[in-house]
Design a protein around this ligand. Structure first.
Ligand SMILES: C[S@@+](CC[C@H](N)C(=O)[O-])C[C@H]1O[C@@H](n2cnc3c(N)ncnc32)[C@H](O)[C@@H]1O
Length: 351
């Protein structure tokens, strides 16, 4: 149980390693991080068997930027046949779990294994329940079995309320046919990630107004309109006619970096592909000046030192708010629908 296993976007293993190493050092948990490029996973191997539990107890999964899922445990070798007996024996040392997810890595090899997992899941679940290792709906942690191959699995556990919302951290969102672009899913995922579902009606409702900077053709505007908001869409490019026909959208051909809403709005979202420092400054101005109360903005990642650069930008934004004496909650995540970028969510906490 000395390993903390993490899923991440393929190609971002170094970022997941850098991030967890920084947290482990700050918490005094000794160990080392490793992650093979392109493997879509990283590990933090602790020198002390209690290390992974300490990390999970002290960190909120939600606040990690690059890991998509995490679990603490260890690797198990599986035989060609009767894998279930071997798993049951090994899992006798684990706590009784409250749910079970079978996971694979987000790689082509992982995708090939998912058929095996689908077939294996039902008999395994039944065997675990019969052996008293799984009490579904109980208080136990989630059992996360990540299959590396048919012969090797990372058997881990994580608290259901302090780990990914979806298996492998991959949301099951259906592309709405009426949406004008696929990037609509990015904003929908951001809301799932940053806003508890029970707060959606209070924080995303038809009494609200929003501004979408860099809105064309309207995938993000579509999400705001779907919640009934009145939206000002800023872009020199065209907006989908279907959105204009709702009567809820005002389209302005203006520069997103100089536009100021009058009066202030509830929401600002921005998907302009720009230097991250420029988008970060935009966030500071909008929240700091009170132009909006909540915002979702994409930050494009640099080629190198991606984790260090994101941390630097977030610190700069935090310092800006401190200097202005405004209280703002800041979240940042590389969402599943993000590529070379991360998504920031900011919310003013003062009334
Ligand atoms: C990635 S696209 C946005 C896609 C949109 N979020 C959607 O879901 O359909 C970026 C947009 O930003 C716009 N853009 C770039 N620079 C801008 C600026 N300074 N002000 C306003 N819009 C800008 C581009 O015209 C482009 O339409």
């Amino acid at each position: 149980m000395n390993t903390l296993f993490m899923h991440c976007r393929p190609g971002f293993e170094g970022e997941a390693c850098a991030e967890i190493s920084e947290h482990a050092a700050a918490l005094g948990v000794a160990g080392y991080a490793k992650g093979k490029a392109g493997s879509a996973c990283a590990e933090f191997v602790c020198f002390d068997a209690e290390g992974p539990a300490t990390l999970m107890a002290r960190l909120r999964f939600m606040q990690l930027i690059f890991p998509r899922q995490w679990a603490r445990g260890g690797y198990l070798a599986l035989p060609e046949t009767d894998r279930i007996s071997v798993l049951l024996e090994a899992l006798a040392a684990y706590p009784v779990c409250g749910s079970l997810w079978l996971e694979v890595m987000d790689t082509n090899d992982g995708k090939e294994l998912s058929t095996f997992c689908r077939k294996f899941e039902a008999p395994l679940r039944k065997a675990l329940i019969n052996a008293g290792r799984l009490e579904e709906g109980g208080n136990g942690p989630r059992l996360l079995l990540t299959f590396v191959s048919g012969r090797e699995v990372f058997a881990g556990i994580a608290p259901a309320n302090n780990s990914a919302m979806w298996p492998m951290g991959i949301p099951r969102l259906k592309f709405p046919r009426e949406a004008p672009s696929r990037s609509t899913l990015k904003l929908e995922e951001a809301w799932h990630h940053f806003i508890p579902r029970e707060q959606w009606d209070e924080r995303l409702n038809s009494d609200m107004t929003g501004v979408d900077l860099g809105a064309s053709p309207g995938g993000w505007t579509y999400q705001l309109v779907r919640r009934g908001m009145l939206v000002t869409a800023i872009d020199n490019g065209p907006m989908a006619q279907s959105l204009m026909d709702t009567g809820l959208v005002r389209h302005l051909m203006a520069d997103g970096f100089t536009y100021v809403p009058k009066p202030p709005v509830d929401w600002m979202v921005c998907d302009i592909v720009e230097k991250p420092a420029r988008n970060a400054a935009l966030l500071e101005t909008w929240l700091g000046e009170g132009y909006c109360r909540e915002a979702v903005v994409n930050l494009k990642l640099p080629m190198k030192q991606r984790y260090a650069e994101v941390r630097r930008l977030l610190e700069r934004i935090e310092e800006g708010f401190k200097a202005r004496k405004v209280k703002v909650q800041i979240g940042c995540k590389q969402l599943y629908f993000d590529r070379e970028e991360v998504t920031c969510h900011l919310r003013r906490l003062d009334k």
